[in-house]
Design a protein around this ligand. Structure first.
Ligand code: NDP
Length: 448
């Protein structure tokens, strides 16, 4: 093993030892560290300043109790988190996740990924993530409101437009952002629009923010396909999940002439050979907050597969848009056997390391989430710009900005992979391009 590789292995072992049991965090760190050897060879100053060691240690981690009362008057207690991972490029920025599976390790993996993603977006934002082990599913609006108010009653002292700017993620959409912003405004006596993004456009939100992550993942796929002489038009696609990212990935795919034949939730899969009826899906998920199984009630020609695997459905383009590690090696093999040509991650770390290997070996164009789903946070940064200038841009103008940003991220990843001798490897391109930007700023700031 070369000196550099020995050093990287040592750093990884330290991360495992100091963050015991946080398997998703270890996975995310390993995937980045494995690709950084050639950068350290080229830039010995990064090793001298211990940039990688510092990047793997969050700048701050806040854990707090969130007590609230349910509709029966019973007291409930959840655990809240906010991890400010790295603020070399700007105020901490990253979403809040409300899901029963949330632990410190989940938030750290997401915050670590976010640092590189935000750097790749080209926007002046650092990396962070937060959330709680609260499950909004099945809760009344009143319960969600009381939870959000209690959560913000602690969080407010740690955030601010120049310090840390949260947004949504799994389980945190427009409704939750509204309750969180309302409580922040009430406690602080300030209408500080720039403290949260993902707001409703009628009170300071940006048009296209809701659509941005899904649209962005499709724009990235479009660029990858162009690079191999293909296009989205006419392709058969599968999108996992049916939340915010999934719905708007489906919308953009349909607009570009592709057909999405399947999507899912954690209970099952909808397969519609005619193409998913998106208006119906929006009604079910966004308005009624129901399960995808409702779809077949009005579309009996479609199939609902309880506990099915969405990756068994044959497709040429795949968009995992649900959650981490949802697509393993076995599913990747099925996709390849069924003729997959490209995969763009709307979710964070949805493909396991074994799955990535299968895709890359088979010559599938594979876009890691930190590049492909950066459109969401990039548009959040556009929302911050609009808030700072008290302006509101049109849908068309904002979408055009998003499109340009995604093309730039693609070009950056593509060129960097080529520069480091691994053309077409978007994992290498994204990790190195994002890392270099953060590392340069950290060197400039000295030992802090
Ligand atoms: P939503 O809560 O809107 O939707 C999540 C979807 O994924 C739902 O269909 C949900 O099904 C499914 N899902 C969630 N957890 C699991 C699980 N453990 N097993 C199976 N299915 C699951 O979240 P988003 O659409 O906002 O986020 C989806 C992914 O995209 C996440 O990885 C997130 O980190 C990432 N992302 C989101 C961004 C954004 O702007 N919102 C930005 C960048 C990345 P069910 O309803 O059954 O739970």
């Amino acid at each position: 093993m070369s000196d550099v590789n020995t050093r990287l292995e040592h750093i990884f072992q330290q991360v495992v030892r100091r963050n015991q049991g946080e398997l998703e965090f270890h996975q995310a760190v390993k995937e980045v560290i494995e690709t950084l050897g050639p950068v350290l060879e080229k830039h010995p100053e990064y090793a001298e300043h211990k940039i990688i060691e510092r990047i793997c240690e969050p700048e701050r981690q806040i854990i707090f109790r969130v007590p609230w009362q349910d509709d029966k008057g019973e007291v409930q207690i959840n655990r809240g988190f906010r991890v400010g991972f790295n603020s070399a490029l700007g105020p901490y920025k990253g979403g809040l996740r409300f899901h029963p599976s949330v632990s410190l390790g989940t938030i750290k993996f997401l915050g670590f990924e976010q640092t590189f993603k935000n750097a790749l977006s080209g926007m002046p934002i650092g990396g962070a993530k937060g959330g709680a082990d609260f499950d909004p599913k099945g809760k009344s609006d009143g319960e969600v409101m009381r939870f959000c108010q209690s959560f913000m009653t602690e969080l407010y002292r740690h955030i601010g437009e120049f310090t840390d700017v949260p947004a949504g993620d799994i389980g945190v959409g427009g409704r939750e952002i509204g309750y969180l912003f309302g409580q922040y405004k009430r406690i602080t006596n300030r209408y500080e629009s720039g403290v949260l993004t993902g707001k409703n456009p009628s009170w300071g939100g940006a048009l296209v923010r809701r659509e941005a992550t899904g649209y962005g993942a499709v724009f990235f796929a479009e660029e990858m396909l162009k690079a191999r002489g293909e296009s989205i038009e006419g392709k058969t696609c599968v999108v996992s999940g049916s939340g915010n990212v999934a719905i708007y990935a489906i919308e953009k795919l349909h607009q570009l002439g592709a057909k999405v034949v399947a999507c899912s939730d954690s209970n099952g899969v909808i397969y519609d050979r005619n193409g998913i009826d998106l208006e119906l899906m929006k009604q079910i998920k966004e308005v009624k907050r129901q399960r995808v199984s409702e779809y077949v009630k009005s579309h009996p020609h479609a199939q609902y597969i309880e506990k099915g695997n969405v990756w068994d459905v044959p497709c040429q383009l795949a968009f995992p848009c649900a959650t981490q590690n949802e697509l393993d090696e076995a599913s990747a093999k099925v996709l390849v056997a069924n003729g997959l040509i490209a995969l763009s991650e709307g979710a964070n770390m949805p493909v396991t390391p074994g799955g990535i290997k299968v895709l890359q070996t088979a010559g599938v164009s594979y876009a890691p989430g930190k590049a492909a789903n950066a459109g969401g946070v990039a548009t959040s940064a556009l929302e911050m710009q609009q808030n700072a200038s008290r302006d509101a841009w049109s849908f068309e103008y904002t979408e055009e900005r998003l499109h340009k940003i995604m093309c730039n991220i693609h070009r950056d990843c593509f060129e960097t992979a080529k520069e480091y001798g691994q053309p077409g490897n978007y994992v290498v391109g994204a990790n190195i391009a994002g890392f270099r930007r953060v590392a340069e700023a950290m060197v400039a700031f000295g030992i802090i």
